[in-house]
Design a protein around this ligand. Structure first.
Ligand SMILES: Cc1ncc(C[n+]2csc(CCOP(=O)(O)OP(=O)(O)O)c2C)c(N)n1
Ligand code: SF4
Ligand SMILES: [Mg+2]
Length: 297
């Protein structure tokens, strides 16, 4: 007889929430959501084993449209919430989602710390190079010279390069996709979810309402797949060279996958070795307490 927790063959419809997305027609985030639903269905992840956590932004509304456990947290705080989830119950698959403003602006320190700590989760950033929700202000990934509501004479600040930053911080899985190429994204997500450690997938996800510069056709003219150019994703230095490419041609695909990844935090933390914290008994026995006091006195 099937038990309540027996894995079930999944379909992408199983990951559709009752609330339909309210993004503008044509928003890149539809492709990001669609690819994630497909990736999870094909990996046969059960919704009750999955937590999707976001910050604040149009992109950060994603958990509301996705059928699993979910948290729509605070601006820039997706990764602290996701870290807490993973350490409280490391048996769960944890996916953090959000935007470029959320993750690379206000949340940048958390992004760096989560990679440095090697929290075993997948981070999907819908990078539209602008603040969409707040109606089109400059973001850390807006291009130099770009005119926005807050930079009417053109952006004077250099673009942040999240992939090069991730490489330099020790992230073991680094990829970039394009929401106009859903099939390609599905594979990047699946490999990222299965990677044992922090996995970054930056996704070009056009904001059709507030970014008239980085449009679908702008990306289509420029993006090329790394796998078509014989890129070796185990080569750190080749990955850094590709991560620095930006101009007439822009690479997407798997930049780097550490061939000998260091164990993620949950695999090493002594407190987690007896199983997920949520299933461990609370408190201490009299003997454990006495031993602890003796050690510290
Ligand atoms: C602490 C705090 N500061 C500012 C805001 C206002 N705010 C909400 S979303 C956002 C930027 C969203 O941009 P991004 O993360 O790129 O998401 P997008 O809407 O483009 O998907 C800002 C500044 C806020 N909600 N909380
Ligand atoms: S404002 Fe931009 S990012 Fe937000 S839903 Fe509309 S197209 Fe998408
Ligand atoms: Mg944005």
């Amino acid at each position: 007889m099937a038990t309540a927790t027996a894995p079930k063959k999944m379909d992408m419809k199983d990951f559709k929430a009752e609330v339909p997305p309210d993004w503008c027609a044509g928003c890149g985030d539809f492709g990001v959501l669609n690819a994630l639903q497909r990736a999870c269905a094909e990996l046969e992840i059960q919704p009750y084993e999955l937590m999707v956590v976001s910050g604040i932004g149009c992109s950060s509304n994603l958990p509301g449209f996705f059928r699993s456990y979910g948290v729509h947290s605070l601006h820039g705080r997706a990764l602290p919430f996701a870290t807490g989830t993973k350490l409280a119950n490391h048996a769960m698959t944890v996916i953090a989602t959000g935007g470029d403003g959320d993750g690379y602006g206000i949340g940048l320190n958390h992004f760096i710390q989560a990679m440095r700590r090697n929290i075993n989760l997948t981070y999907i950033v819908m990078n539209n190079e602008v603040y969409g929700l707040t109606t089109g202000q400059v973001s850390p990934t807006s291009e130099l010279g770009m005119k926005t509501k807050t930079t009417p004479h053109g952006n004077l600040e250099a673009m942040l390069n999240p992939l090069a930053l991730a490489l330099a911080t020790g992230c073991g899985y680094i990829a970039r996709g394009f929401s106009g190429d859903v099939k390609h994204l599905v594979k990047l997500y699946q490999d990222g979810i299965q990677f044992p450690g922090f996995a970054l997938i930056d996704v070009f996800s056009p904001c059709v309402t507030f970014n008239k510069q980085n449009t679908y056709s702008w990306f289509r003219e420029r993006v090329y797949r790394l796998e078509d150019k014989g890129h070796d994703p185990t080569d750190f230095h080749a990955a850094m060279d590709r991560a620095l490419e930006w101009g007439e041609k822009i690479p997407i695909g798997l930049f780097y996958r550490n061939p000998s990844p260091r164990p993620p935090l949950d695999a090493q933390d002594p407190g987690l070795q007896a199983g997920p914290l949520v299933s461990q008994p609370l408190g201490m026995t009299k003997e454990q307490r006495a031993k602890l006091i003796a050690e510290f006195m």
